[in-house]
Structure formats: C-alpha cells, structure tokens
Design a protein around this ligand. Structure first.
Ligand code: ATP
Ligand code: MG
Length: 241
C-alpha cells in the first residue's frame, strides 16, 4: 500500500514547483497508472516514494511505514525501475542479478529459476554473461526488470517501464504486472501510453504542473469529464485546462 499525503517538492530554491500538495493512495493488489505531460512531476513524485529525493513537505507511507523514519525497511519492500536504465555497466548481466539477489536476500535456487525463465522470455540468455557496457538501451531495461523480479518486492515502482521495449517484451512485462497484482502486491507506474494505462490500470492519476488533477477508475474519470470516452480525450481535456 502506498499513501502519499500533501506531498510537495520544489527545485532551484523554490523557483520550480515540481510537485504541489499531492495526496493519493494505492491499495495492495492494485495497478496504479500515473499520467501527465512532460515535466508534470511524475519522476519527482516517484523519486520521493523510493527515497531518492526528500519531500519539502508531506509524508509517504509504504505498507504503513513512513519512508523517512524507516528508510531501509521501506527500500527493502520496493523494486524500482528508473526512467533511465543507468546501471553498473562493468558488471555482467548475471553479476548484476546476483548482486540484486544478495541485497534482497533471494535464495539461490529461486534466483536461478527466475533468472533462467525471464532471460529466456526477454531474449537475454546469450547476453547474460556479457558486460552490461555492451548492452543496448532495451537490454539494460530488461536486466533491471529481471533484477526487480528476483527481488520479489511488495511494491513495484516503475517510471515509464514500457518505453524502449520491443512489443513482445512489453507484452511480457504487462503480464508480470498483472501477475504481481493478483498476488496482492502494489504496483505504481508512470506512462505516456494511454492504451496501456486504460487496459492495465485499476486506477489512474493525472498530474499536471505538479498538481493531481484527477484520480480514479476509468469509469470515474469518464464520469468526471462527461464528454470523453477514451482516456486520451480525458487526458487532453484535463491537461489543457
Ligand atoms: N534536478 C532538477 N533540477 C531542477 N528542476 C528539475 C529537476 N528535476 C526535475 N526538474 C523540474 O521539475 C519539473 C518536474 O519534472 P519531472 O522530471 O518530475 O517530470 P516528469 O513528469 O517525470 O516528466 P517526463 O514525462 O518528461 O519524464 C519539471 O519542470 C522539471 O524541469
Ligand atoms: Mg519523468
């Protein structure tokens, strides 16, 4: 469960208000889609949730624990897929996976089974022993995703995870997202792909200029916007106000 209360963050000594008094809750077992134009404040919000940025104001509770009071416990509950897949590129794919497995305490057998399964699905089997330096952008994303899967967290936070993935891998990722939510885990992701958000999410939040403009199920958003049927139209209507 993720509970954000009155979250605010600004940059450049208050000149850029990136997130302004944002409150929302994501229940266990829920897929929550976070939408907004470029520069709306999605990544800033996500970085505060995972503990990479400190909010100016407000609180973040993860499964009932405050992420500032219990930073390590909170981090151990989360797997985070960042916007830019910049990782330790001197390691091989497998060394990276084992490093993540050690950090999260995943048993060796589980680690091996999941790594074999997902490197096969993502077409990384032949590259797993190569240095990450030689990986393409999409391959880096995939190795980070495998790391997140073997971490087996309670909460997945993904910042534009589908960007740069080929259609087959994107399809597999959507299946993983579904699977984890069925197990009662919480999933929060940002995206610019309206069709994916519409199909995959239980609830959707739309942020613009740092403020949460709308939040709810697809039906609730449709009801709010009155004229719009598709999420794309709802998004355009809300963000152009
Ligand atoms: N490190 C920083 N220093 C100063 N301003 C920043 C910094 N990071 C983000 N910003 C500003 O904060 C605002 C929100 O940025 P953020 O990266 O959270 O947006 P976003 O919704 O993730 O956008 P995108 O869809 O392009 O990824 C923007 O105005 C951005 O220019
Ligand atoms: Mg971003």
């Amino acid at each position: 469960m993720i509970e954000l209360k009155n979250l605010s963050k600004s940059y450049n000594k208050g000149k850029v208000k990136a997130v302004n008094n944002l409150s929302l809750t994501v229940q266990p077992g829920e897929i929550f889609g976070f939408l907004g134009p470029n520069g709306a404040g999605k990544t800033t919000t996500i970085k505060m949730i995972v503990g990479l940025l400190k909010p100016d104001k407000g609180s973040i509770m993860l499964n009932g624990l405050c992420n500032q009071g219990h930073p390590l416990k909170c981090k151990s509950m989360i797997a985070y897929i960042p916007e830019d897949p910049e990782i330790y590129d001197r390691l091989t794919g497998l060394e990276y996976i084992n490093f993540i497995g050690d950090v999260y305490g995943t048993p060796a057998k589980v680690r091996t089974t999941l790594t074999e399964k997902w490197s096969e699905i993502f077409g990384l089997t032949n590259a797993i022993n190569q240095s990450i330096k030689s990986y393409s952008h999409g391959m880096r994303q995939k190795i980070i995703l495998i790391g997140a899967i073997i971490a087996r967290p309670e909460i997945f936070i993904l910042d534009e995870p589908l960007t740069g993935l080929d259609p087959k891998s994107a399809h597999s990722l959507k299946e993983i997202m579904h699977e984890h939510c069925k197990q009662g885990k919480t999933l929060f992701f940002s995206t610019h792909i309206m069709e994916v958000a519409e199909k995959l999410c239980d609830r959707i939040g739309i942020i613009n200029n740092g403020e949460l403009m709308a939040c709810g199920t697809m039906d609730e958003l449709k009801y709010m916007s009155k004229n719009s049927e598709s999420l794309e139209n709802i998004f355009l209507e809300i963000t152009e106000k």
